[in-house]
Design a protein around this ligand. Structure first.
Ligand SMILES: CC(C)(COP(=O)(O)OP(=O)(O)OC[C@H]1O[C@@H](n2cnc3c(N)ncnc32)[C@H](O)[C@@H]1OP(=O)(O)O)[C@@H](O)C(=O)NCCC(=O)NCCS
Length: 177
């Protein structure tokens, strides 16, 4: 049964402790669906159709398989609610299922990601956000990230890269000793 009302969402997400853990191989299918659905929600209306055609469920499944070691999730075993993926100093991907948005899953994931980036020696973390993805932009800003500018990113696609102008966000991670 679809979870629709705010009350129902609160019950579903309220049952989940916001513990962040490593993704498991058995969860790739569910994570690919979260990524695909979230990409459609956030980007289909604001990004080129040519890019949307490349963002298939299968493409996300493949990318998750390759990068699984860098993926952290929140949610029950085999039913994750969202994930975060790092790549070097970049907070590379952050997606939460629509039913779990607004309840702290994304905050738990980004706190964990910042800690891992800091522990790996990154001073200034960065991320790319599609121009016009206002919900994500608001989320990053309330988490202390700032928009550093607009840059051309060469996005990973099946047979190479796809150039796209994006908002670049940064966050300085080092605290005073
Ligand atoms: C981006 C994402 C991870 C954030 O997680 P979340 O649980 O939605 O985040 P929150 O609800 O804590 O914060 C979102 C904020 O944006 C606000 N917001 C919602 N819709 C908005 C809109 N259309 N424009 C501006 N702000 C909006 C919310 O009110 C909230 O702000 P508030 O806490 O001050 O009220 C999640 O929305 C998501 O997975 N989106 C789809 C995929 C995506 O865009 N990923 C990021 C790619 S860069």
């Amino acid at each position: 049964m679809p979870v629709t009302s705010r009350f129902q969402k609160r019950r579903v997400v309220g049952l989940i402790r916001m513990q962040v853990r490593d993704a498991q191989i058995s969860e790739i299918g569910r994570l690919a669906t979260i990524w695909y659905d979230g990409w459609q929600d956030a980007h289909a209306r604001i990004l080129p159709l040519e890019l949307a055609r490349l963002r298939t469920l299968e493409s996300f499944d493949e990318r998750l398989r390759v990068a699984l070691a860098s993926v952290r999730v929140v949610g029950p075993a085999d039913a994750p609610l969202g994930f975060c993926m790092l790549r070097g100093a970049e907070l590379y991907q952050l997606y939460v299922s629509s039913q779990a948005r607004g309840f702290g899953v994304a905050s738990a994931l980004i706190v964990d990601a910042e800690a891992r980036l800091g522990d790996s020696g990154v001073d200034t973390a960065w991320l790319a956000c599609a121009i016009g993805n206002e919900r994500a932009a608001r989320f990053y800003e309330k988490c202390g990230w700032h928009r550093a500018g607009t840059v051309i990113e060469h996005l990973e696609v099946a047979n190479g890269t796809f150039p796209l102008e994006v908002w670049r966000y940064e966050k300085y991670l080092r605290r005073a000793e």
